[in-house]
Design a protein around this ligand. Structure first.
Ligand SMILES: Cc1cc2nc3c(=O)[nH]c(=O)nc-3n(C[C@H](O)[C@H](O)[C@H](O)COP(=O)(O)OP(=O)(O)OC[C@H]3O[C@@H](n4cnc5c(N)ncnc54)[C@H](O)[C@@H]3O)c2cc1C
Ligand code: SF4
Length: 239
């Protein structure tokens, strides 16, 4: 709910659908400017963002062919909690975990999801997760409302006697898809619920970051965001 409420404006949220939100395209300015080349819009034409305007582009999982980010807020929270996307085509029904729904960028940035042509998303399922009882979505943007994220975190913690029993972590506005921080989750489970360990987990996840000249700030922003959100959740859990 926090992630949904962080997205767009009241008017847009009233009209928008879950399937449409997950399938929205990138806000990369070169993608929307049809006078410019763009590998995502026109395969093989080039990626001007890499040497151009990329302050809100990807730091994780990008390729030399495209560095765009996925703009969804809701998708980040759904990714953290193992959502499954179900669809239907004329040939029948199928489904995929959201973490596998978006394709890696590679040299085919124009191919974004596993959804077959003509498929209609019918529903998205969230399996029960005890850890979700203590969860949070935090979004950082350049103005207080009606703006896309420059970094976001969906997180949940289950803490018992000061030790992390379960953790969920996904990052937004850092990659071509909502980024499930599985390495950080593995480090967190079994560790003391302290800011020191939260920072170790964040640093480990972000060690794979490959920032461009004008978006390196995202690595620091995401690190601080992860530590802050996890610290808040840990404090709530111990109350
Ligand atoms: C000014 C502005 C600010 C915004 N800010 C944010 C933000 O901060 N965070 C955020 O997350 N989003 C933001 N958005 C995006 C907004 O949330 C999406 O446009 C909206 O969620 C799209 O939903 P929709 O149902 O209108 O999809 P549509 O725009 O109707 O559809 C999007 C795509 O998905 C396809 N599609 C839709 N439903 C299905 C389905 N069931 N099965 C298969 N294909 C389908 C459509 O064919 C289309 O290709 C913003 C948009 C605007 C205009
Ligand atoms: S980052 Fe992706 S969407 Fe943007 S110009 Fe490059 S190829 Fe196109």
């Amino acid at each position: 709910a926090q992630a949904v409420l962080a997205g767009a404006s009241g008017q847009l949220r009233t009209m928008a659908t879950v399937g449409g939100n997950l399938l929205q395209r990138t806000r990369c300015g070169y993608f929307t400017d049809i006078t410019r080349p763009c590998n995502k819009r026109e395969p093989g034409s080039g990626c001007p963002a890499i040497e151009g305007e990329h302050h809100n582009h990807a730091v994780l999982g990008a390729s030399e062919h495209c560095v765009a980010v996925h703009p969804s807020d809701m998708g980040v929270a759904l990714t953290a909690f193992d959502a499954v996307v179900s669809w239907r085509t004329a040939d029948g029904a199928d489904e995929a975990p959201l973490t596998d729904f978006y394709l890696p960028v590679g040299d085919t940035p124009h191919r974004e999801t596993v959804l077959p042509p003509g498929a209609l998303i019918t529903h998205v399922t969230l399996p029960p997760a005890r850890v979700a009882a203590r969860s949070r979505y935090r979004k950082v943007r350049e103005r207080a409302s009606y703006a896309f994220a420059i970094g976001s975190v969906a997180a949940a913690l289950e803490v018992d006697d000061g030790v992390i029993r379960d953790a969920r972590l996904a990052l937004g506005a850092v990659a071509s898809r909502p980024w499930r921080a599985r390495l950080a989750e593995r480090i967190l489970v079994g560790a003391p619920a302290t800011a020191e360990y939260f920072a170790v987990a964040a640093d480990a996840e972000l060690a794979a970051a490959r920032p461009l000249p004008h978006n390196g700030y995202k690595v620091t922003l995401l690190r601080n965001l992860v530590v802050a959100v996890l610290t808040e959740l840990a404090e709530e859990t111990s109350r």
